[in-house]
Design a protein around this ligand. Structure first.
Ligand code: TXD
Length: 322
């Protein structure tokens, strides 16, 4: 069956990629092209997902492929291709391996889907998003990353668990890089118009903030063989829907900042309006001094990672050409 436009291309048919495809289809949001370098795997997963369609009752379509030309015409490309850190692997090894993958994927997106919006998911997220924008040369409005929706969803769930309320009733904000220095913004978090600080004592709130920062590691420690994918897939799907339906929804996005929050020329998790053209604007929130300083520290760490990855790639290029 032919894929219909507008469609979403998902690069990497692993845990996050395949689950994202499933959510997009089963929520009726768009058709999907699922790409992976492993032969047969995206085709097998796509067929399995199509065979669920009669039971799930949706009429969306998915096709699996190992050929980049099939992403031609994609409205959105989601990049989930990459490795997760394995025992014995340094952070630098992971950085280098995923940078190589993102370089290959970016070149193919540039060639086959030059008009697409790109949502980067691969870790280390902020650095890979930066790299993808540089390598595609797309306007930064069209290249951004998913992390904040996930980090915020985790915080919302932990708050809901503590208050025994429905998680979707909790409004929370997590900004900054997707790492140990992410910034849960409790001053902007609310439940039913009430400030969080009036509902949860400060020491408990601090624990929830720390659990949010450690949210990814908590799942890795339990799963042992991989990292989270259900909540990450839900989070990507929410961004995809906001874009395709031109919702102008404000979501925490890894977006390029040009002075907002005192951050310049760097990708950072910030609240942004998502619509059909991608990141349509960055929303400025009033932060406490402590939150602002934490955001600066987080951005500094991303900056450090970006220069590290640029050095690694420059060394590799020099080695190849010598
Ligand atoms: O919040 C976030 N941004 C994150 C990020 C939340 C969860 C996961 N996060 C990161 O996403 C994670 O650290 C990884 O870097 C990616 C993908 O995680 P996933 O759990 O889906 O990893 P898998 O299951 O190993 O899938 C990766 C797939 C796998 O099928 C490989 O064959 C494929 O990527 N792969 C490639 N596809 C295309 N092109 C190339 N070059 C390639 N190399 C590997």
């Amino acid at each position: 069956m032919k894929i219909r436009s507008p469609f979403v291309a998902v690069i990497g048919a692993g845990q996050v990629g395949a689950t994202t495809a499933q959510r997009i289809l089963e929520k009726g949001i768009a058709d999907v092209v699922l790409f992976d370098v492993v032969e047969g795997m995206p085709q097998g997963k796509a067929l399995d997902l199509m065979e669920a369609a009669p039971v799930e009752g949706h009429d969306r379509r998915i096709t699996g492929t190992n050929a980049y030309k099939d992403i031609e015409g994609a409205e959105i490309v989601v990049i989930t291709a990459g490795l997760a850190r394995k025992p014995g692997m340094s952070r630098e090894d992971l950085l280098a391996a995923n940078a190589r993958i993102i370089s290959d994927v970016s070149a193919n997106i540039k060639r086959y889907a030059p008009e697409a919006k790109v949502i980067v998911v691969t870790n280390p997220l902020d650095i890979m998003t930066h790299l993808c924008q540089k390598l595609t040369g797309f306007p930064s409005q069209r290249v951004f990353g998913m992390a904040g929706v996930l980090d915020t969803a985790r915080m919302r769930y932990f708050i809901a668990e503590r208050l025994a309320c429905v998680p979707s009733h909790v409004e929370a904000v997590v900004l900054g890089g997707h790492g140990d220095l992410m910034v849960p913004v409790s001053s902007q978090s609310k439940v039913g118009f009430r400030q969080l600080k009036d509902l949860i004592p400060a020491p408990e709130l601090a624990k929830i903030e720390q659990r949010t920062r450690d949210g990814g590691a908590e799942i890795v420690a339990l799963l042992k063989t991989g990292s989270a994918y259900y909540a990450p897939a839900s989070s990507v799907c929410e961004m995809v829907r906001a874009i395709l339906r031109d919702e102008k929804k404000v979501l925490p996005v890894c977006a390029y900042v040009r002075g907002e929050y005192g951050l310049k020329d760097i990708y950072s998790g910030v609240p942004a309006v998502l619509g059909r053209s991608g990141v349509e604007s960055v929303v400025s929130l009033q932060l406490t001094d402590e939150e602002s300083q934490a955001l600066q520290r987080s951005a500094d760490k991303v900056r450090q990672g970006v220069s590290e990855v640029e050095k690694i790639l420059a060394n590799e290029n020099a080695r190849v050409s010598s």
